[in-house]
Design a protein around this ligand. Sequence first.
Ligand code: FAD
Length: 431
Amino acid sequence: MFDEMRPEVLVVGAGPVGLFTALALARRNVNVRIIDTGVWACTHSYALAVHPQALDLFAQFGLREKILSESYAVGRIAFCDQEGTRVSLEAGGEQHPLAVVRQDALENLLEDELEKLGVRVGWRHEAAAVAQADDHARVTVQKFEKESRGYIVAHTEWVVDKTWELEPKFVVGADGSNSRVRRTLDTEFPEVGLAQYFAVFEFKTDADLQHTVRVALDGGTMNVLWPLPGGAARWSFELPDYRPSAPDPVEALRKAGFGDFPSERQKDRVMLSHGLDLPVLDEEHLRRYLRERAPWFTGSIEKLTWRIVARFEHRLAKRFGAGRLWLAGDAAHLTGPAGVHSMNLGFWEGDDLAARIESVLRGGAGAETLASYDARWQSVWKQLHGLERVPAAGPQTDGWVAQHAAQILASLPAWGAAYEDMASRLGLITA
Ligand SMILES: Cc1cc2nc3c(=O)[nH]c(=O)nc-3n(C[C@H](O)[C@H](O)[C@H](O)COP(=O)(O)OP(=O)(O)OC[C@H]3O[C@@H](n4cnc5c(N)ncnc54)[C@H](O)[C@@H]3O)c2cc1C
């Protein structure tokens, strides 16, 4: 068991990236503590696929087969229009698939692995304030408990039960899109593309989805069909003209200057609405999107199990950290859902950060080791965001692919050399 009161590294946030980063640190024998404001791991699948490259990383931790056993394996990615498939490519194939796994199943697996190494997630713990000195960080941690209140009408409320200070050598901010660690670093988090809204539906279907993810490109919209384990499917339809009728309440508070508010799990923030209260989420709309954008989908819609409208921003932090505070996952970048990039690259960032922190703590490596973490991931993300070294169509490229290059590139489930390789198989070449 690691010493919880004197960790060498504090990971803030127990989403998939924070959990994996803590595991990568614990396996290197770094004394790590991980906390999250949430009551427990997330209860639904948001990001739903683990890239073939990330499975390679999980293999180093002995977790590849466990993840595959809970997954639906996807070997191909097909790009379609209203008529059907225009072009498709192997996304790993049978031997090296994309693993479609529920995010909650993945988080539970990572939490179990951490426990085996003696690291318990501190749920209901908030990093309420973060600061850094020359050779350590300082974090004020608050632990919440439920308290019964009220006389006439009894109710329970979350209240701060305990507050204390930790002084770890490093803090990893895996604390999601509204990251407090990033805000402490005072680094900008500019938009690098337009925000997109998607209506997301999950349902049981009799369609044979043939281990293929399908991206339907129609009239400038991007629509994605994911096969899910257990005979289910997820369709996400881009809503280009969608504007929420009520402003996002958290965004409104932020604009009013309440920068540190609130502390609930930030992944829930981008979820604008569940269920039946929005017309764009009724079954009639689902059938209309299918008729208009993917009439080739003739599978049944047996039981709608989940539907939401989600907003996806495209942002990239100006730096991935400095001194004693470093970022991984959604805390450093946000992007659209189709390529499942933010979570998957987050795993690699977390592992990379763990190795670099270990070498500083144990091997006497200098500050440049961490500075080059920033440079490396800035460069990878600038490519994925279409800001530099963007694979481009040439004279030989299929016309339809050339016309839809930006959307196709955003959907490729890979990064770095593997991403460039996938793009080149479609005739999109990196100069
Ligand atoms: C509805 C929805 C659908 C999505 N669909 C897709 C998809 O199809 N494809 C895709 O790639 N991605 C999708 N995503 C995004 C995906 O879920 C994220 O990219 C992924 O969860 C990022 O993981 P993370 O660990 O970096 O951050 P998160 O999962 O956001 O975890 C951050 C954690 O930090 C905790 N935290 C925050 N502040 C503090 C604090 N001060 N103290 C302690 N803890 C704190 C939060 O409680 C949270 O648990 C979707 C998201 C949503 C909401």
